[in-house]
Design a protein. Structure first.
Length: 189
């Protein structure tokens, strides 16, 4: 989806709606201190308002259905939905709302915002990249974005763990989050 000579050019502040069918919000965390478990959220929606020439005018909002967590293991997913981790009965959604966007050059951006998880809101930083725009087969415009963040799950009250006999912990503290987003242009903002 590189922006080339026949691709549409993004000018001015445009509003893009995240296409959940062609996007992914994924995460990974250490397990038994030697392996990595990966998962994703299957249901989410959001918007990106973006102007490549003036990124500071933009904003990002994402809402995730916490119960849609999927690690390809039903027993583990149910545990992650419990009060030990996401506590989806009390906190059914996870939200991210940006506060600032800063250009870093080469279509890379620093997006600072508030992540609300388990009733706790903390400022997090996303390392983001604008991948370009392109026309879809139905005459619409699509934009691509990717972003990464590293979180400490204890910051959000998800501190459950089991000590291992040989030392260390069953579940790592650090959670790496990756967003791969394809968004549909809705209007000029």
């Amino acid at each position: 989806m590189q922006q080339g000579t026949d691709a549409p050019e993004v000018t001015g502040l445009a509003r893009w709606e995240i296409d959940p069918v062609h996007s992914e919000i994924a995460f990974s965390v250490r397990h038994l201190m030697v392996a990595t478990v990966r998962g994703r959220f299957n249901q989410f929606h959001g918007l990106v308002e973006f102007d490549p020439a003036q990124p500071e005018r933009g904003r990002v909002e994402v809402t995730i259905d916490a119960a849609s967590i999927d690690t390809r293991n039903e027993q583990r997913d149910n545990h992650l939905r419990s009060s030990d981790f996401l506590d989806v009965g009390r906190y059914p959604v996870i939200t991210f709302v940006s506060k600032s966007i800063e250009a870093l050059g080469d279509n890379r951006f620093r997006v600072v915002g508030d992540l609300a998880l388990r009733g706790i809101s903390k400022e997090v930083v996303l390392d983001a990249e604008f991948l370009g725009v392109g026309k879809d087969p139905w005459g619409g415009e699509r934009a691509g974005f990717t972003a990464r963040a590293r979180l400490n799950r204890h910051d959000f009250g998800a501190s459950w763990n089991v000590a291992l006999e040989a030392g260390g912990w069953l579940v790592g503290d650090t959670v790496d989050v990756t967003l791969d987003v394809e968004a549909i242009r809705k209007e000029s903002a």
